[in-house]
Design a protein around this ligand. Structure first.
Ligand code: PLP
Length: 409
């Protein structure tokens, strides 16, 4: 069992050169892509330490994204729940409304520094596609986003956004026509175009060096939040928590707290419950396995095929999780818990009514965990990463839950 005292040199030592966090991570690739990913890793190692890159990224974050995002004390909500104080890191106030822009701008800047002309990606619900299309427009890069036909029909507003931003949305028409097929199609395209293009991943997942790069780009969340919280309160938070889909917003928050005496909790979606196909809690129910070019905790059948997953939050329904999370769980530094659809919806409506903030359904999972804790402990503070705003979710929620009266009886 490792404690915060073991994490002084952690960022320097993890991942290792092959991209492993303990036994998780790596790069499982078709042979012709091995040198391509090695080139990305080597370029990143060189570029990320250059003053030019660091200064440019700082400027973009401040002038384009609107960073630093604030930390906010939820006084009314905390009082309603009891004595525990809930704070939010407001990643919903980023340009485009969520944390994904943090790593998309980093990946776009890296693509420019590497002299690439195009960025290629897949998207499921379209959130990653929109953030990446934004970055592509900013840097003047071409952008091909592969998206399953089923998702294109479901996520119409995001498809329109991507097109308005100048991206090519390429429908994927084989198999189940959703995220898995879109990943395959994006990889196939990348194999033909890697000289001019770079593949951009939407979370701390995929082959090395993506879990490392995306973590580094998202770490700004935690470093800002730690200083802001200290400035507001003069102490450290007792607990920090964030929702975990692939795990990028959580990993971004956690980095700054790994070597601090702070409890860290990742929150997975328990959906409708613990049966196969009802949730996407890969830490709770998964086993070690390989998907999309990396090894981590995976919801899989006996043959190693990914199992169907579900969550009310489309940004959380992924059958695996970033390899760094798998490592941090195994060594005991980070705890993982899960939240059902209903608990997340209650949290969503409480934040609307008590604080005037409409959160993303994904972020509502992290908030629901903080609410559960606030109801069961009688002191302390919890800092929640509010990864995104809920505008994208309100039509669906209004149809299914109305204005949430059932949660206020
Ligand atoms: C995509 C998304 C998530 C899940 O992604 P992570 O990589 O786990 O952070 C969470 N919240 C919002 C608002 C998202 O758009």
């Amino acid at each position: 069992m490792k404690t915060y005292r073991d994490f002084d040199r952690y960022q320097k030592e993890f991942p290792n050169e092959e991209g492993y966090f303990g036994q998780y991570g790596g790069a499982f690739l078709p042979p012709q892509l091995v040198p391509v990913f090695e080139d990305i890793a080597a370029s990143y190692q060189e570029i990320c330490h250059s003053a030019k890159f660091i200064n440019e990224l700082r400027r973009i974050r401040k002038e384009f994204q609107g960073r630093p995002t604030p930390v906010y004390h939820c006084e009314r909500l905390s009082k309603h729940l009891g004595k525990t104080q809930i704070y939010l890191k407001r990643e919903d106030l980023n340009h485009t409304g969520a944390h994904k822009i943090n790593h998309c701008m980093g990946e776009g800047l890296l693509a420019s520094f590497m002299g690439k002309k195009k960025i290629i990606a897949e998207t499921g619900a379209g959130q990653h596609g929109v953030a990446l299309a934004t970055a592509a427009a900013y840097f003047g890069l071409e952008c091909d986003v592969y998206m399953g036909e089923v998702d294109i029909a479901k996520q119409h507003p995001n498809v329109v956004r991507m097109k308005m931003l100048g991206a090519n949305v390429i429908p994927v028409t084989h198999g189940l026509k959703t995220l898995k097929e879109a990943v395959d199609a994006a990889f196939e395209a990348y194999m033909k175009e890697y000289e001019d293009a770079i593949y951009c991943i939407g979370s701390v997942v995929g082959p090395h060096p993506f879990p490392l790069m995306v973590r580094d780009f998202q770490a700004v969340i935690g470093y800002e939040a730690r200083d802001q919280f200290y400035e507001m309160t003069g102490i450290k938070p007792d607990t920090v928590c964030a929702c975990v889909g692939g795990g990028s917003n959580a990993m971004g928050l956690f980095q700054a707290f790994l070597s601090e005496p702070v409890e860290i909790v990742g929150v997975e979606p328990l959906g409708r419950g613990g049966e196969i196909g009802d949730h996407a809690a890969s830490m709770q129910f998964g086993t070690k396995g390989i998907l999309h070019g990396f090894e981590s905790m995976l919801l899989q059948d006996e043959k190693g095929e990914p199992l169907p997953v579900y969550s009310i939050a489309s940004g959380l329904d992924y059958p695996s999780v970033g390899p760094e999370h798998a490592y941090l769980r195994e060594c005991g530094r980070v705890q993982y818990d899960s939240i059902t659809d209903e608990e997340a919806m209650e949290a969503f409506f409480l934040l609307c009514r008590y604080e005037g903030i409409i959160p993303a359904i994904e972020s509502s999972h992290a908030l629901a965990y903080a609410i559960r804790r606030a109801r069961t402990q009688d002191s302390g503070s919890i800092l929640v990463n509010l990864s995104g705003r809920g505008d994208k979710d309100i039509d669906y929620i209004y149809e299914k839950y109305g204005t949430g009266e059932q949660f206020f009886k």
